[in-house]
Each structure stands twice: as C-alpha cells, then as structure tokens.
Design a protein. Sequence first.
Length: 158
Amino acid sequence: MKRLLLVCCLMIASLGAMAAIDTYEFDSEEQRARFYYLSSELRCPKCQNQNIADSNSPIANDLRREIYRMLQEDRSNEQIVDFMVERYGEFVRYRPALTAQTAILWFAPAAFLLAGLFALVFMLRRRQKVYRDGAAEHLSPEEQQRLKSLLEKKDRND
C-alpha cells in the first residue's frame, strides 16, 4: 500500500516535467541571442513577476511564439518591443521607457530617499539644538547644580 502511494505521488510530481517545451529553429546564432534577450526583457502579463522566458503560462507561450514569428520576418528588436507594448501596454516591459506617464516610476525612489535624508538631517539638528540650548532649562535647581558640579569635576580631571 505504501509503495502504491509512493508511486502515485511520484507520478503526480512528474507531471510538471512532462509539460511541453518550446523548441525553435533559428537561422543564426544572432537570431537565437535576440530571441533570448527579448524573451528575458519582456514581462509575462499573467505572472507579473516573471519574464516570458521563465513563465509557463499560456500567454507567455503565445508571446514567445510571436517573438519567434517576428524574428523570422526580420523585424528589429524595437519593432518587436513596440508591438508588445502596443498590444499589452507599458507594463510588459521590465524597464519602461522614460515618458511623462512613467516618470514617477523612475524618479520617485530617488525623491523619497532625498526626502528621508532631509528629514533625518532636520531631526538630528533639532535634537542637537535642544540638547545644546535647552537641556539645562528643563532641570530643577538641584539638578542644575549637580550637572554643574559634574562638569567642573570632569574639567579638573582632563
């Protein structure tokens, strides 16, 4: 019984390995390199975090087939990418073009980093000023006297 269960589990686990693998015949190594470059640069519309080279979704298979077809028609990389962007939107690119619509994608991280640095500098300077200027004002007279004696003691030891 255990062996039968083990065999069933192995058969189910091997189903993924039996999936169809795309094989394409290229006229040259340059075409093959362009195919792999384009399929790694374009994002799968279904998977969203995988390029079409790594995705096994049906839409990724269709996109790979489409890239292959256009390469056979001697289209340039720009024409192929433009076709994909026209059909699926700018999202299909891992590195979207710099336009008015995508400027926030390119510049927002740097803007947030700079804003964070300015906020940090502002808070540190404010904290230094409070400790330098007003720390003694918030102490009781006994605490001020004790602080003064500790500072004098420190100066004598130096």
